[in-house]
Design a protein around this ligand. Structure first.
Ligand SMILES: CC(C)(COP(=O)(O)OP(=O)(O)OC[C@H]1O[C@@H](n2cnc3c(N)ncnc32)[C@H](O)[C@@H]1OP(=O)(O)O)[C@@H](O)C(=O)NCCC(=O)NCCS
Length: 349
């Protein structure tokens, strides 16, 4: 049996944060942000009320309902995020609890592939359905970037890009075509080019930097030191230009790889949903693939880059807008931290 996407859902917080709002905290402008990224505004979660898990659950409830099942029918959860509620346990089990799933005949897996997290999760779900191991897999991508960004001018090269939100799909077996293929890639030699290394267990292994670890006799000693906090060493780092240059090449490559392995052509794509990294990257992909405007969906203007959530949010919005119909060939593709990248071709049921 192949796997199909049986239900889609998304949730974004109510709180709209515009580019103009960012200028209260850092030296930036609406013009700079729009010109470089296409982003006009993003959503930020409500303080003390929302987390990646609660947002993921809101998206999941919609996807579950649209798949015609109830939460208790879910037999496997895959949760992709880079901004989990806790360092451990991961959001998978928290989502199980949040959805009120009390049975224990269920597995919960956490995926840590950042912007490619949804594609990686989709590929894992596809294999589990094909093997017959599970029948109703809930795949969620959810992020709460607003918790961990540097909103001072020092962090503006990173912070203006990201937003909060969640998307979910339910995967089920189908006698139809469903997911035709998924392609996954990684290149760890770029690991630190887009990374949040603190708080982690590296203990200064990769560099000579003094992170303020207390006692040399206890390796590492602490995840988090006072120095990390006071000197702002716990924010994400991004080499924007390196990411941009690599992304535009890998997006196109991995889409062509998926098309080639299924004997399909770029002209066969009815809807392209790229990870919403940057509108300029999406436009480059569109041009390279020769896709007309109506065959590519972008919503980064409204939500910023929501990392693991961006593809399922865009997929759901496109579907709700009637832009994806039965029989359509939908192409999903992502690139991000790792570097990791991937693609999927789905024949919509
Ligand atoms: C992040 C990105 C928009 C930055 O654009 P860029 O053209 O590479 O800009 P640079 O980092 O070279 O910085 C250019 C100048 O703008 C400034 N700048 C950076 N961020 C700014 C901001 N938010 N507002 C105003 N100025 C800013 C820099 O300080 C720099 O100033 P300087 O020339 O005086 O030193 C761009 O590199 C990008 O989109 N990369 C891909 C990122 C991405 O997709 N990430 C997600 C991966 S999934």
């Amino acid at each position: 049996m192949n796997a199909k996407i049986a239900g889609v859902g998304y949730y974004v917080p109510e709180n709209v944060f515009t580019n103009e709002d960012l200028t209260q905290y850092m030296d930036t402008s609406d013009e700079w942000i729009q010109e470089r990224t296409g982003i006009k505004e993003r959503r930020f979660a409500t303080k003390h009320k929302e987390t990646p898990t609660t947002m993921g659950a809101a998206a999941a409830r919609i996807a579950i309902d649209r798949a015609g099942i109830s939460p208790e029918d879910v037999d496997f959860i895959i949760f992709a995020t880079l901004s989990p509620d806790y360092y451990f346990p991961g959001c998978g089990v928290l989502l199980q609890r949040e959805l009120g799933i009390t049975k224990t005949e269920i597995g919960a897996l956490d995926v840590r592939n950042q912007c490619s997290g949804f594609i990686y999760g989709l590929s894992v779900a596809d294999q589990f359905i094909r093997s017959g191991m599970y029948k109703n897999i809930l795949l969620v991508g959810s992020e709460m970037h607003s918790m961990g960004l540097d909103f001072s001018t020092k962090g503006r090269g990173v912070s203006v890009i990201f937003g909060d939100g969640a998307g979910a799909v339910v995967l089920q077996p189908t006698e139809g075509e469903g997911i035709l293929t998924t392609k996954l890639h990684s290149d760890g030699s770029y690991a630190e080019e887009l990374a949040l290394i603190n708080f982690g267990s590296h203990g200064g292994y990769h560099d000579e930097v003094d992170y303020g670890y207390p006692d040399p006799k206890i390796p590492g000693g602490l995840f988090a030191t006072e120095k990390m906090v006071t000197e702002g060493m716990m924010y994400p780092y991004m080499n924007g230009q390196k990411v941009f240059k690599k992304a535009v090449v890998k997006f196109v490559e991995v889409i062509n790889e998926a098309l080639g392995s299924t004997g399909l052509d770029k002209k066969d794509i009815d809807m392209m949903i790229p990870h919403q990294a940057n509108l300029r990257i999406s436009q480059f992909v569109q041009q390279s693939m020769g896709l007309p405007d109506e065959k590519i969906f972008n919503n980064i203007q409204k939500y910023g880059n929501t990392t693991a959530a961006s593809i399922p949010i865009a997929l759901c919005e496109a579907w709700e807008a009637g832009k994806i119909k039965s029989g359509d060939l939908v192409c999903l593709a992502a690139f991000g931290s790792g570097f990791t990248w991937g693609s999927a071709l789905v024949r919509w049921n």
